[in-house]
Write a protein that binds this ligand. Structure first.
Ligand SMILES: Nc1nc2c(c(=O)[nH]1)N[C@H]1C(S)=C(S)[C@@H](COP(=O)(O)O)O[C@H]1N2
Ligand SMILES: [Mo]
Length: 548
């Protein structure tokens, strides 16, 4: 390793242990969101310009979070290595760098929407740990040892020696051996005047200390992870017993094919949460406030005491590209929202229902959509089990016919009656449309794009959706041929996608397949390609296959 290799390693190890300590403190506080890396990541997520986020969702999907955290880790590693080199040359400058790192963490943690003052603690303690580990490690580096020997010689009132003095001549000047290493004088005097020899001893000492620090960091991180896991809502969630619905969903109509309902593990996930918010069910409350006559606060038990209905509803993301995967259908169990809000007495003029997640994220739903006869739900169950943590445990909103970003707040904590003039919700602040009615769309699921097929009958299959309006027809076109009617399988309601099938007599050659849907109002899905931003993509899904 070259001269700055070891200091860089010292910086890296110090920062890794500091980050682990910060995680541990955050876990002990029960506020994993206040860990330095997570807090800084969350700030970056919120600050990222919309096109960057678009790109992240489009190219990385659910992997966007690990990729972001990994990116932060890489940047941090580079900074840490630099910090080690700087601190090696100049302790004060190095410690100033550590302070800056700590303050960035503190600033990120305490400015998060749902932050508390204690959230400053992980980064503060983490910075102290970095400083401590850095000093301990650097003290064991060769140049540092030489420096200290000079000071020691100073303290014995001898003539100051040059910083570059070697061990043997220092020992000679000292006359009575190397007190620091405990070597008796004659040994030292007998040793060749070789700086490398002393350096080797110190390097071993350094590497020993480095190994200790690394092991400590790993242990700390491990404990933090264990604590984090036991504190997750997973255990709490497993203890939840959901009451049977007052109004169960009827069985799916005969003729619906497998894949109509999306299994929970396969359900797409889109959100800004770097770590899934954990909710302590005992202290969780749903607050209903703002422009209402009688504000209310409901515990989870109180919510479950209300009538529960079960509905099969398709949810999709405004960020979904044509043909994209951010859509799923589930059997939701929930409390109808409209009666709850009627009891609270929404004042005239309140045109927006602002849902706030326990992590501070906000989603604004048009009040009109709450009361227009569709059935927005406060969901507690998904496909027969409590909401999975990633999908909003313990309670999420679901508004049929609206994209998730304007109707489906997860980890719900508050519902505020307000106005669009007064408040921009999270995504609206970032340029997305305040109104997000689902656009009519259709997708070819089989064959896959660029599939190689054999001539003869090929089943073409897919889904189409226009929640709230329903799908009246789906048509398929091969190359520049005429549009052909696809067969629609039955649906439970207008709020789900519909499965469509088209038996295609495939002929040899390369073919282009296009699909388009007509919604329940008779409007045909437009051909024009429009990007998801700001209110949802349009355009026909088209794939190419080869037959032969
Ligand atoms: N608290 C919170 N709720 C949220 C989001 C979020 O980032 N935070 N994302 C919304 C978006 S954009 C969509 S599309 C849906 C996705 O829900 P799912 O992850 O359960 O599929 O959740 C919505 N609810
Ligand atoms: Mo979304």
């Amino acid at each position: 390793m070259n001269r700055s290799g070891l200091p860089a390693l010292a910086g890296l190890l110090a920062v890794v242990s500091g980050a682990a300590v910060a995680e541990l403190v955050a876990a002990l506080l029960g506020r994993p969101q206040a860990g330095t890396v997570v807090a800084v990541g969350a700030v970056l997520v919120d600050a990222a310009p919309t096109p960057v986020k678009e790109l992240a969702v489009a190219t990385l999907g659910t992997a966007d979070k690990p990729v972001l955290l990994g990116g932060i880790a890489v940047v941090l590693a580079v900074l840490a290595a630099g910090l080690g080199v700087v601190a090696f040359r100049d302790r004060v400058a190095g410690l100033a760098g550590v302070a800056v790192l700590g303050l960035v963490g503190v600033a990120a943690a305490v400015t998060r929407p749902a932050a508390e003052l204690v959230d400053a603690l992980p980064s503060l303690v983490g910075a102290l740990a970095i400083a401590g580990a850095l000093l301990v490690l650097l003290r064991r580096l060769p140049a540092a040892a030489i420096e200290r020997k000079r000071l020691w010689v100073h303290s014995t009132h001898r003539k100051p020696l040059s910083v570059h003095v070697d061990r043997a001549s220092a020992a000679a000047a000292e006359g009575s051996g190397d007190r620091r290493t405990g070597h008796p004088g004659p040994d030292d005097l007998a040793a060749p005047p070789d700086e490398a020899a002393g350096g080797a001893v110190d390097r071993r000492a350094f590497l020993g200390a480095a190994a200790l620090v690394a092991a400590g960091a790993a242990a700390t991180g491990g404990v933090a992870a264990l604590l984090g896991r036991s504190a997750t809502s997973t255990r709490v969630r497993e203890s939840v017993r959901l009451p049977a619905p007052t109004e169960p969903a009827p069985p799916l109509p005969a003729g619906v094919e497998p894949g109509f309902v999306t299994a929970n593990p396969d359900f797409y996930r889109v959100d800004t949460a770097l770590i899934v918010p954990r909710v302590d069910l005992d202290s969780w409350r749903l607050t209903i406030d703002g422009m209402v006559g009688s504000p209310a606060e409901l515990s989870f038990a109180e919510l479950l005491d209300r009538p529960l209905v079960e509905r099969v509803v398709t949810l999709n993301c405004v960020s979904n590209e044509v043909g994209g995967p951010y859509i799923g259908t589930a059997r939701w169990l929930g409390v109808p929202l409209a009666p709850l809000l009627r009891e609270a007495g929404v004042r005239p003029g309140a045109d927006q229902l602002l849902a706030r997640s326990v992590d501070g994220m906000t989603i604004g739903t048009p009040m009109a959509a709450v009361f227009d006869g569709r059935e927005p739900l406060l969901c507690v169950g998904m496909n027969g089990e409590p909401l999975p943590p990633e999908h909003g445990f313990p309670v999420r909103m679901l508004t049929p016919g609206l994209y998730g970003y304007v109707g489906a707040c997860k980890w719900l904590g508050e519902l505020k009656a307000t106005t669009f003039a007064d408040v921009d919700a999270y995504w609206v602040e970032r340029g997305w449309a305040p109104q997000g009615t689902v656009k009519t769309a259709s997708r070819i699921d089989t064959p896959a794009p660029f599939a190689s097929l054999t001539p003869g009958p090929v089943p073409i299959a897919g889904v189409a959706w226009a929640q709230g309006r329903g799908i009246r027809a789906v048509e398929l076109r091969v190359d520049d041929g005429a549009w052909q009617q696809a067969t629609l399988l039955p649906v439970p309601s207008v709020d789900t996608w519909v499965q469509w099938r088209y038996p295609w007599p495939a002929t040899p050659g390369s073919h282009t397949l296009s699909v388009r849907a007509t919604d329940g109002t008779g409007a045909v899905q437009p051909e024009q390609r429009v990007d998801p931003f700001p209110d949802g993509a349009t355009g026909w899904h088209t794939i190419t296959v080869s037959v032969g």
